[in-house]
Design a protein around this ligand. Sequence first.
Ligand code: SF4
Ligand code: MSK
Length: 668
Amino acid sequence: MKLDLSKRFGEGNGGCSIQCKANQEVLCNCSSAVVTAAHRVSKRATEPCRFGKGGTCCRNCNMGPCQIIDGVAEMVGVCGADAATVTARNFGRIVAGGAATHMDHGRGVALAFMATARGETPYEIKDGFKLRETALRLGIDPANKEKKDLAMEVGAKLLSEFGQQTGGLSFMKRAPKARQEIWAKTGVAPRGIDREVVELMHRTHMGVDQHYENLLFQSARCALADGWGASMIATELSDIMFGTPQPVRTKVNIGVLKKDEVNVTVHGHEPVLAEALAMMANDPEVVAAAKKVGAKGVNLAGVCCTGNEILMRRGLPIAGSFVQQEVVLATGAVEAMVVDVQCIMQGVSPVAGQFHTALLTTSEKAKMPGATHIPFDEHRALDVAKEILLRAIAKFPERGKNFIPKHQMDVVAGFSHETINYILGGRFRGSYKPLNDNIINGRIKGVAAIVGCDNYRVLEEVHIELAKELIANDILVVVTGCAATGMGREGLLTPEALSMAGPGLREVLEAVGCPPVLHMGSCVDNSRILIALTEMVHTGGLGNDISDLPAIGCAPQWMSEKAVSIGQYFVSSGARVIFGPSFPTTGSREVTDYCFKGMLEPYGAVWDMAQTANEFSNKMIDAIHQKRAALGLDKKKERVLFDMAMRRELGNQALHGVGCHGPGGTAG
Ligand code: SF4
Ligand code: MSK
């Protein structure tokens, strides 16, 4: 199949996820029989269905499917459902789908954690300090308890919250007090984790909840059960079990594949199998087997968020983001792609079939035509990992014509909330105070999160241009998921990228050797951003709630249902979120107005939409300055003429160290 990719891939437009040079070179060098999402999307001459895109196609019963047109009386559903009901129901189902993935992921981590505490897996409890901290947070006294007993108690408590019917979620008590009061007042606090998905699916069934506000209320409750429940449990227990990320230097892009090693890529989201593979990759028996077939060893590289998990904790490289998953295989240099769950395109199977590559599914929840299934079980983790690696090694002699592009880029990742605390405040007085102080004194204007997927439907690479614009305006950027990999490809995740930052941000971060864009992890790790925002509130000086902070989030190239759940838990937590290039409720003016304006009243934050990098940056910078103005931080200081007495007083203060504020030096 020969396709003209020039429209999609542009010329000399290196760097963007779609047009990145590595992608272009691989696709130009591989056989025309290789078909990827890039080919499929350019073959689709038509725009996506307007009803589907705007949320007004309903197939919730067999009298439909019904396409609804907002404001046209004859164009309601056969049952009478109007655009607002159908759009809100569809929005709810997107949130339920997204939240459910994180819930199943979190449950899986909790079960593996319990098995580890019982000594049934090869993993260990690596971060004892975080275990004790978490125990205290859950009201469990860690005193005089063996590590494994304490881990059992912590794991059992958190696992119980998945099936819990009433009461609240423990980690929601970490939120600022004002936020907890808002949740209590609105009644939106989740009762149990799984319950909220089940109820949302019930409410969106034909003939149940027909009020869009009520549907969006349950969507918010379900999303909160994701962010402050399942996702946070997944992140915290993974940290305790596999180690809390610390800054680590590694590389990203397809060039991390190696000519003389057996390339094994891990793709999906769950860290448990990838950890076992990392533990076995240097096993003497595995290395000997690799040498026997003429390879120097095994090169483990990530794709999507499984990649982000092992990049954050082990410093292993990432070969590609979501839009690169098929292109990585199209190199012909991958012996095995090991997949677990989420974001795995069905298209990888036919691409793998063009080469010697073994496509290996490992989760009972996710099998694929054309793949070999090797069931993973944490109790047999190392045996399964060894079997996978030996299968990959056996493929190495079959490697035929291949092309590995040179492109790879250095990145510094591993910015957990704990790391930020430590970097800013030092080991013995870890604190967000230097960050808050520098926001107050104006060197840093605020914080922006760029999260989520990359997407073949988006022609402009918004992430990169947006991040550059934000850091140039002295806004600290935090990133997760595939957006982070895209930033990595462009060199934004290195301290050297500070040359692109505004003078204030540069001055603060140069002192601590931090990049201006901080990689905080996989998409489940967006919970780290919730904690970082909470910490900023607790540190003081920037208001009483997340909604007071000069902080904003966005997902300019969102693709997955998870992104919508994530966006909704940020909005319900008080952070404004901008999505692009589309929003799933635009088929109903009422519902979109409610999301873009009406949510301000219950949650103190709203959704918004933008398309170009320019539009995103204008809206985000404006929003940050509005928050600064509300906090009284954007007022121009009156010029003060100092007399002798005032100068003497200043001198005394300097002598006694008053005004010295961490990495920024003296406070302004
Ligand atoms: Fe049509 Fe109503 Fe059935 Fe939806 S629930 S498919 S709008 S009849
Ligand atoms: S993998 S959800 S494409 S970020 Fe987390 Fe990337 Fe989005 Fe999947």
